[in-house]
Design a protein. Sequence first.
Length: 567
Amino acid sequence: MMERLINSKWIATVATIWIQCSVGGSYTFSIYSSTLKSTQNYDQSKLSTVAVFKEIGGCTGVLAGLLYSFVTLDSHRSNSTSRLRCFCGPWVVLLTGAMLSFVGYFFMWASVVGLIHRPPVALMCLFMFTAAQSHTFSITAGLVTGVRNFPAHVGTIVGILEGYLGLSGAILIQVYGTLFQGNPSSYLLFLAVFTPSVSLLLMYFVRIHDINSEDDKKHLNALSVAALIMVAYFMILIISENIFMMTMASWVRIVTFIFLLLLLIPTPLGIAFKAQMEDTQRLLLLQTFSTKPIIYLKKISTSIVHDPVEYHDHELPVDTYQENDHDSTFDDILILQKDMNLQQAICTENFWLLFIAMICGLGTGVATIDNINQVGVSLGYTSIEINSLVSLLCIWNFLGRFMVGYVSDMFLQRRGLARPLFIAITQATLSVGYIVIASGFPKNLYVGMILVGVCWGSQWPLLTTIISEIFGVTHLGTIFNTISIASPIGSYIFSVRVFGYIYDKAAASSGGDQNNSCSGTHCFMLSFMILAFFALCGSLVALLLFFRTRRFYDNVVLTRLRQSYKI
């Protein structure tokens, strides 16, 4: 019984949540960037170059996707593949990410404390790239495994995992404030040891399981509530410490940190054990009292239909158990479809529509987040207010990642609304947020950043979910990480070529000081109007994708509503 509890998709989900919460080191770059700059004698330009490689490493996870696809090949393809899968799995991807994380952060720490000679900027960029690249392996292993374990609730599970990923930065900031306040070099060593250790300890539990339950949604909702409670707790801490300028004593920080651990560790674990106990008891009851044979069926993937796929009796692609002549809900039975690999996906119009939409949505969002400090200074915000904005942005980011998965699942199942419509809606709302920021009215950043944080955060789970449904889950990691390259591309276009150019030009024309700073709404108004225009363009592109895939999503909904499945 205990072995069945431990080796379950619910324990795999909790292990994934904990891993996601540990990989936010790149989100806390501002903590150790100052010591990196001072010890390596960098100017702002060199530090910005290192930061660019952080963005590139964190958004180019094609290698992670290819590795995941290779080590989790479907066992029915060949005998050699079956033998390979016995020894490989998501743990290989997590192990690779752990090694890269240790190498990247360890050599950065060694450079800062003088353990090795001061490396050239190019080598430091490589360290930063390696550390950020490691996160793509952990994220890919967690997200794709979650999608495979909950194929009937893809939006919900992706929203939960993406939400905890969004909170990882805030969690690590609490760790820094409790254990390493004022000592960023020790925090770098902590990242070099802590993140790989979590992956190594938990990678055994992150597995693909082929059994679904009718109560999956109920327990996923319980995990969602636990995440929302943690967000509320973070909101209380942020408001108390930053807005009301309450300085916490060391013992208060320790107490609040312990309470955070209680929310993060026992709560999800208790939900997982309860879910697996109910699933186990239900299965035992069926086996004990049913007089009819039970048929165990395999799981399938979802992707857009190009050719009909025929299955024989011995290879029916279903993922749950049912009685021979008993009508069962079709929630866990997905359309028979063929997965695409990366090469096949690139040759479709849907791939490029999604890629262009992500350049507009993710690129403009990253540009806004990267320049929020300059915007705040231009508008006369204090450093405390700017720090509060950055902390609150983590919360809005989480809410966007978390809510859109649940909401899109609900509207897909009840209203038949295709998920690309939500990309169109959120990017149109993004454009409104940019206009609000451009207006410059008092406290406008608080309003604008709510819209930007929620809508930018929602792009990531929508991207993951739509790829899994349109192109399938077999090569989800590879295709997802390829389209994610849109984020650094868009960031470079809108942050460097648009925002940076216009800001510097405005500062020069207004006679800025030696630091090339600028004050007033004219410093960034045109930039945000351009960002609003391209976000609206991205919304129109997503709307086109919605109309192209509407019939496909209609078929998905109709299939899930069928009451029986003839074997």
